[in-house]
Design a protein around this ligand. Structure first.
Ligand code: SAM
Length: 207
């Protein structure tokens, strides 16, 4: 079995067996993502792709705020199905892509690439290079990438999988040249059972 199949099977099983609000990464209000999207200049017509969006409530918030050009990509179609079912008719206003970001062939350019807690699962350098290649292809020059990962003092695992932890310097190095760091912030995520997880969010502009 390839790593891709393993990954897909893992996440599919997670979303088939757990409610969207019963996973450690659940957040009723998508912060700091909402603030960082505004910092990146997001307006209703801004093309936003949420990479590894899963069943996140970010898309609900974006729709409520009037954003009209939204794409959610995730490895697990069960995750996307959970988000679509929650949104009901509003789901038709979103483009849904079931794909592994490391294999994805973006068909258009986006203004903002958002990723909360997907990139940090790529522990293989080849996968990280493939991710950055997709980021470069999908993001327009002058567009922004907002990438949230566990911070250096955050958990070493999530959902039973090892993660790579980042601060601004390490994340900048992982993206390589062609991006300018415009914001770096830490965020304490509180899980549904009250544990605190230290995150770091880096916002980059593509040069
Ligand atoms: C910890 S969850 C975070 C979900 C969402 N971003 C949020 O904040 O609620 C990680 C998500 O990344 C997705 N994912 C993991 N590896 C991926 C990959 N290689 N390509 C696309 N999605 C991936 C998983 O299916 C899962 O939905």
């Amino acid at each position: 079995m390839t790593e891709k199949v393993d990954r897909q099977a893992h996440w599919q099983q997670v979303y088939e067996t757990k409610a969207a609000d019963a996973v450690s990464w659940y957040q009723p209000v998508p912060q700091p993502s909402a603030d960082l999207l505004k910092l990146a200049g997001a307006a209703p017509e801004t093309g936003i792709v949420d990479i590894g969006g899963g069943a996140s409530t970010l898309v609900d918030w974006l729709l409520d705020e009037g954003f009209r050009d939204l794409t959610v990509l995730d490895l697990s179609d069960a995750a996307l199905a959970a988000a679509k079912s929650r949104l009901g008719g509003a789901a038709s206003r979103v483009a849904w892509i079931a794909a592994d970001v490391t294999k994805w062939r973006p068909a258009r350019l986006y203004d903002i690439w958002h990723d909360r807690a997907a990139f940090h699962f790529l522990t293989d350098p080849g996968d990280r290079a493939a991710y950055v290649d997709r980021l470069r292809k999908a993001l327009r020059a002058g567009g922004h990438a907002i990438i949230g990962t566990f911070a250096p003092d955050g958990p070493q695992k999530c959902s039973g999988l090892n993660v790579e932890r980042y601060d601004a310097e390490k994340l900048s190095a992982a993206l390589g040249g062609g991006f300018r760091l415009v914001d770096s912030c830490r965020h304490d995520h509180v899980t549904p059972w009250g544990a605190v997880q230290h995150f770091h969010f880096g916002t980059f502009m593509k040069l």
